[in-house]
Design a binder for this molecule. Structure first.
Ligand code: MLT
Length: 262
């Protein structure tokens, strides 16, 4: 498993080293690159790069408070270190928040953008307070509590037990410090609403049809605000369509990637 030192943190990442065109996969909270296993396998004709965000998966926690800006700079530094100057960027939920930040900092890097199960808006004061409570409780009660809290939000009702077990295991791979830091970083994220009309690269918005956390109605509004974007709803999936219905997710993703101009 490759690792790289970036700004005082050791980041773990996957890199398939296949194909000429690069795809950067940015995962959801509180998971890691393992959630992209089906995409890493399916995108055989692309170079697929998928980092674990600081503090999650096998990447070490941030020494200092984390932020979407830090996570975006991590992704940018990783691509630069790997010699990749253009990529299709796929961000799911928290990964989408990072993708917005990365777009603001380096729009020329984007060959295309896929926003899955994410939202542009910042948190309300109540939302920020909820994230701080979550961070404190995670530190007190551990990753088992984090998994119990998150699983019903991440997966559609009635998701197979095997899928829930996979997601639980990914959460267990992190650290409570990393989980708390990521929650606090999301709480402090800026409003990306004003970024949407500035996005000029080809964009695909995807959403699990049963996503309760970032519901389809929000995906529709986001797609409307990005000129020329496409919207695809993934059936039989909640907040993690790449995991819950990888066949439909990959079909939409591969079709989008195939249509990207050189
Ligand atoms: C995620 O799936 O990345 C998070 O649930 C997003 C969030 O908490 O806003």
């Amino acid at each position: 498993m490759p690792r790289i030192e970036i700004d005082g943190t050791t980041l773990h990442y996957e890199d398939t080293l296949r194909g000429e065109r690069a795809v950067l996969l940015l995962h959801a909270f509180p998971l890691h690159s393992g959630m992209w296993a089906d995409q890493l396998a399916a995108l055989a004709d692309h170079r697929v790069i998928a980092p674990d965000a600081r503090g999650l998966g096998q990447s070490s926690p941030a020494a200092a408070p984390c932020s979407m800006a830090r996570l975006a700079e991590d992704a940018r530094a990783l691509l630069a270190a790997l010699g990749v100057d253009r990529a299709a960027v796929v961000g799911l939920s928290m990964g989408g928040y990072v993708a917005f930040e990365l777009y603001r900092r380096a729009p020329g890097l984007f060959q295309g953008l896929v926003l899955s199960d994410t939202r542009p808006g910042a948190d309300s004061a109540e939302g920020r307070a909820g994230r701080e409570r979550f961070a404190q409780t995670a530190l007190d009660r551990g990753l088992g509590w984090v998994a119990d809290e998150m699983l019903p939000k991440l997966l559609r009702p009635g998701a197979p037990a095997a899928t829930a077990a996979r997601v639980r295991a990914w959460i267990a791979d992190g650290t409570v410090e990393g989980v708390a830091a990521a929650q606090r970083a999301m709480a402090a994220r800026p409003d990306s609403g004003p970024t949407l009309p500035t996005i000029t690269c080809p964009t695909l918005v995807m959403v699990g049809a049963d996503d309760a956390l970032t519901p389809p109605v929000e995906a529709e509004a986001m797609a409307c605000a990005i000129a020329g974007s496409e919207l695809v709803s993934i059936p039989d999936a909640g907040h993690l369509p790449c995991v819950e219905n990888p066949a439909a997710f990959n079909r939409a993703l591969r079709g989008f990637l195939a249509r990207l101009p050189a």
